[in-house]
Structures are given as structure tokens and as C-alpha cells.
Design a binder for this molecule. Sequence first.
Ligand code: CMP
Length: 139
Amino acid sequence: QIERSLVIVKPDGYRRGLTGEVLRRIEAKGYTLVALKVETADKARLAQHYAEHEGKPFYEPLVDFMSSGPATFVVIEGQDCIKGFRSLAGATNPTEAAPGSIRGDLGRDWGLAVQQNIVHGSDSTESAEREIGIWFPQG
Ligand code: CMP
């Protein structure tokens, strides 16, 4: 079915100049860009976005990292694009992510408290709807 997913090119991807490369891969795959903005995320919205990780050891470093500079927030659309983008992104741990994926080709472990893994993609239709509502509240 036609789905929408929230993709974030995280601050590490932004700083490394990989935003265009990630968008290129999304478009080359055949997904459509529906909305896009560059913004330094505020911690209140990040707390909503990462509510499920509250209390985990990487939660605070994660919120600090995600608010450390500009990131690009993108709504993408296409047939099964939630699963499809997660496949494009590769495994969460960039050391283990398969070559050919965004994290496998462009990411590595930097030995930091949080995995700086270039991109985020929603993991279900419920998460996608919730996350799009957080970052694009005007609809
Ligand atoms: P994402 O899936 O976008 O959302 C949660 C983020 O937390 C994840 O990307 C990583 O950046 C980070 N993360 C997840 N698991 C770990 C972990 N075990 N150690 C450090 N960071 C993690």
C-alpha cells in the first residue's frame, strides 16, 4: 500500500555533507519527497519523538546529539516505503550495516555514546503518522 515515512538526515549526516546523497538515494529508489525542512531540533520535540527510548543509557546522549546542529526532516511517499527506506538505510549499527545501504556505505562507529548513523526512518505506519505529526504539525 502507498505509505508515508518520516526520514531524518541526522546532524552527523548534515555536518558531513551527506544530505544530498541520502535524498538522491531516496529519489533513485523511486520514492517521492512530500515535505522537507532543515532545522535544529528542539529538545521538547525530540523527547516526544524518542519517548520509547526514555530511560535507556543512550537516551540523553541521543537527545544531545540530535539537537547539536541542523538536521533535515523529510516526508517520503511510495509503495511500502517504510520497510523500503529501512532497507535502504541498513542496520542501526553502521559497522554491521550491509554495503550498498546508506549506513553500510557511508557510516562507521566513531566510538561515541550514541550511534551516529546518518539517518532515521520510521519503523511502522503508527510511528510514521506520530512522527510526521511531531515534525510537520501543520500537516
Ligand atoms: P534511530 O533508530 O533513529 O533512533 C534511536 C537511535 O538511538 C538510533 O537511531 C541510534 O542513533 C541510537 N541508538 C540505538 N541503539 C543504540 C545503542 N545500543 N547505543 C547507542 N546508540 C543507540
